[in-house]
Structure formats: structure tokens, C-alpha cells
Ligand binder design. Sequence first.
Ligand code: XIL
Length: 346
Amino acid sequence: MSPTRRGVLAGALALAACDRAPAAAVAGPDLAPLRASAPFPVGVSGMTAQLDDPAWAGLVTRHFGRLTPEWEMKLEAFLPGDDDRLDFSRADRLVAWAEARGLAVFGHTLVWYAQTAPRFEQLDGAGARFERAYADYVTAIARRYRGRVVGWDVVNEPIRDDGEGLRESLWSRNLRPVEHIRLAFDLARAADPDAVLFLNDYNLETSPAKRRAFLRLAETLLAAGAPLGGLGTQTHVDCALPAGAIRAAVADLAALGLPVHVSEIDVSTDRGDPARQPAIYAEAVEAMAALPPAQRFGVTVWGARDGDSWLRRGGEHNPLRPDRPLLFDDAARPKPAASAFAAALP
Ligand code: XIL
């Protein structure tokens, strides 16, 4: 996650108050379900706090066919206390909600530098005991949702922001930089033989160095026989993004022959010309649709309505000029971005 957004990372928060969308906000015509005409899965992130909001639930079940828990399948949610007791309640609720409505679920994320827990901090430097705890955790989570998730971000954001190699973390410090990643993939595969196992990162559209390092890691894992099954590019971008950047990133990732997931797209209006937002979403759709069918893992939008966005919940958020990064406005109305997303579908 980009440093300027790190302020946003503050654990699961209650949803931001939905700003009243200005009257000028687009109130586009009712849009045909995006998932109906897409040649790939159209996903959205969600949190348990949204499940009882009829406007959110209606929008999500109409347009999206896959749900990525935004927080509930992260380590903070599964290990909320100081001990090793796993709390599955939040993830179980989201998965059950999705299943009851025919939505697939994508697991996010088993291993992430940004989240640890007292359970692991207490074992820092403890060698075999740390490794056992790591193995037990990844296995327990992947096993519980076996058959209930279509895939996992096994390791999230492994590459340094400057692209100069792998990020240092509690995991890499105790289990070695590449080895802890390889181990996580092996453990996830052993626990769930069918889930598609992803490596996922951000700024792959805007940092050639980071993209090269990400692809080098993927090639290293594949060469070592790791069960790497897909590559995710988060695509947290803004309206200043140059045309073609998403297309180039998706094509580079696809060159390895694995499924590609545009895994967390949002297009912040905080930078650049907001009028560029529709074309940027359209480019992501076109880039995904241009892949061979077997590599079209899908496009997942990181939130349904602008007011649901994580970008509205951080220190960067300016309530006087709220970010409008998503496809639907605060009142769940389709924006030009949603119309462009739909129009770009083949
Ligand atoms: C964010 C969620 O959107 C927030 O609700 C949560 O508080 C912090 O994490 N890249 C990722 C996601 O892989 O897990 C992050 O999600 C956004 C950046």
C-alpha cells in the first residue's frame, strides 16, 4: 500500500459517513448488471459492517459476482487477542452472506507484512516455534475455507516500494525472505488443493522497478515449483495515471502465462482530472478482456459506492472535497465510470 495511503490502514473501521453526493453527481440510467455481460468475474470488496445496508447489498448482488473481504480475512481479524485463539466469526459471516446470494468469495490475505499479532510478536526469533505457529496459522485458515473460496492472496505486497527486492517483515526476518513466501504457498496448497493461489501487490502500473521485482519473484517461485497460480495487481491508481499504464502492467503480468487479477481497483479523484476516471476503468476492463480466457481471473473494485471506499477513511480524507474513486456514487447511482466499465465489456 502506498505510503501516502498508509494513514488509511487503521484496521477495520465503521463505514465513513456517506457524504451527500452533490446534486451535480451523475445520476446515470439504471445500469444492466456488470457481471452479466463480463467475460470475466467482476468482484467487489466488502465488510460485515455493510451487510445490513440494503442499498449496499442490492448494488453488490446486482452487479458483482465475487466478494473479497476487505478486512475480515486478514490476520488482525482472525487473531484479535493476545493469544493464538482464532476468531472466524467475521469471515464466516461474510462468506455465508455471499454464498447465500450466489457470490463467489476470494480470500484476502494469508500473509501480509502490514499485519502481525501478539501471538507472532511473542515468538519473534523463536526459530522452530515461530515456524510452527506460522504453519499452523496458514493451514488453519486455508483449511477452514477450503471449497468456499475460489482463491487466495497468499502473500500480499511482498516487494519494497522502491522495487529494490523483497520487503522486510516479521515473516521474512524469522523465516527468510523468499522461503517464507514459498512456505506459505506450499501450506495453502496442502490445505486447499483447489484454490487459485496468488501473489498480489500495488503500484505495478506506475513503478517499472517494482513490476520487474514482482515478476522476478513470481519467476523464482515458479522455477522452484511453488504452487503459484495467479498474479494480482491491486491497481490503486488515480486520475493522473497515464493512458496505457494498466494495459502494460496486465500484459506484463500475463506474459508468465498465469491468471491475472486486477484485484483492488479504485481510481482516486484526489489527483489528476476526474474526467479521466471513466477511461481508466475502461482500460482495466479492456486489458482483462484482451487476455486469453484462462488468464482472465477478473476485475475486483475496492468498494461499491464512493462512500464505501477506504480512501474516505484515512487521514488523507478531505470531507470538504471527498474522494470519488469508485463506480457508484454515495447514493449507489452509476457514475460515468460505471457506464464506461459496462461499455468496455466486449
Ligand atoms: C485496506 C482496507 O480497505 C481497509 O478497510 C483496512 O482498514 C486496511 O486495508 N492494499 C490491500 C488491502 O491489499 O488489504 C488494503 O485494504 C488496501 C491496500
